[in-house]
Design a protein around this ligand. Structure first.
Ligand SMILES: [Mn+2]
Length: 372
């Protein structure tokens, strides 16, 4: 039996303000739909016996109509093709209040769809294989109860386990999210070895054991994920072999940290020009400037930084300045406080035309008096 395992598709995620010129929707939202579509195309190309999705199908418990349509359209196609889908809910789409209901109630109406989403253990038999599911649970007690409820039936020829959360064996593999769940080693608890343990939640392809794997996400939801590939897994239950298929997603690149000690704004711009290669085109780029001296900091024009990296999709900037008392101030925002922006402006004005010191003192006294 061949399984296609994917996870953490986060449909409905959107970020930044860029619009896709073809579809007219938020570009990042579209990126996530494109990633999803690549996996759906692969389902029809690779024709697995069963498709597994291990949670965070949607980015939120109340996804937009568009995100729902994208998901249902594809799920219906897979269902119509007679390919079973086993799907569990993750922490991102599990409502905190049960009365909200779950979008998974609608998804499970399709034939060939086996969905576990109700904060409890569920087992589905497909062919002669059992799929044991523990979705994200709202409460820790529910999670404990779900794990205790797992039963292995004698007549099942294969057993697959699906769950969503942070594996906490020898090492912790989590996302650091406040509502994430810590997963016990189910095999140790049961004294039983599964044919495959399909894990969701950690956005990086990772084998926690020979037979237990996070397939990673299909797109990246945070700059912390800049080094992660995106894709899905094909698992052969007979041989235990696993093949990872990478899919295309928007590049996310963290540039080497720029040490600005002793450098002028001009020196820094020159250095950045060398970093701004065509490899960054349309990428989400993380730029860190550190040890910026106070004087230089005031002269750095943020618009110039954006200009140097004008071919990127989005430039996340972190400017770290030395203040002399071994303190560092980190600024991520585009516009600083009015006082800083005013000082920056003064630094660009021709000194012959104004009395800079006087203007600076007057300006700062007004600004600090009235700035909230
Ligand atoms: Mn996730």
């Amino acid at each position: 039996m061949n399984l296609l395992h994917f996870s953490d598709t986060h449909l409905g995620y959107s970020e930044y303000s860029k619009i896709d010129p073809t579809t007219g929707i938020n570009q990042r939202e579209q990126d996530f739909y494109d990633a999803w579509q690549q996996v759906i195309n692969a389902v029809f190309r690779l024709k697995p016996d069963v498709v597994l999705h291990t949670g965070d199908l949607f980015h939120t418990p109340r996804p937009s109509n568009r995100a729902i349509r994208v998901a249902l359209e594809s799920i219906q196609k897979i269902s119509d093709a007679g390919i079973p889908i086993v799907i569990i809910s993750g922490n991102h789409e599990t409502p905190r209040i049960k009365a909200t209901g779950s979008i998974f109630e609608s998804i499970s109406l399709f034939t060939n769809v086996y969905a576990a989403f109700d904060s409890k253990y569920e087992r589905f038999r497909i062919g002669d294989c059992d799929f044991h599911c523990v979705p994200h649970c709202s409460l820790t007690e529910e999670l404990e109860k779900a794990f205790q409820s797992v039963r292995i039936l004698k007549d099942a020829s294969k057993n697959v386990f699906l769950t969503h959360g942070a594996w906490t064996g020898r090492q912790y593999f989590g996302m650091g999210e406040f509502n994430e769940q810590r997963l016990p080693d189910i095999e140790k608890e049961l004294g039983f070895k599964f044919d495959y343990i399909a894990l969701g939640h950690y956005h990086k392809k990772l084998d926690v054991k020979n037979n237990a794997t996070y397939c990673g996400s299909t797109e990246r939801t945070s700059l912390n994920e800049h080094g992660n590939s995106t894709g899905f897994l094909m698992v052969d239950l007979e041989t235990g072999s696993k093949n990872y298929f990478q899919i295309k997603s928007r590049p996310m690149i963290k540039l080497p940290v720029v040490d600005c000690k002793g450098k002028t704004a001009r020196n820094i711009y020159d250095e950045l020009h060398n970093l701004a290669t065509p490899a960054l085109d349309q990428a989400i780029v993380y730029l860190i400037l550190e040890h910026i001296e106070e004087n230089t900091f005031l002269k750095i024009d943020i618009r110039e930084l954006d200009h140097i990296f004008s071919s990127v999709f989005y430039l996340q900037k972190s400017l770290i300045r030395e203040t002399g008392e071994r303190n560092q101030i980190v600024s991520n925002s585009k516009i600083e406080s009015l006082a800083v922006e005013f000082e920056r402006y003064l630094a660009t004005v021709n000194e012959n035309e104004i009395n800079r010191d006087k203007l600076r003192d007057m300006g700062l006294s007004y600004l600090t008096r009235f700035e909230i």
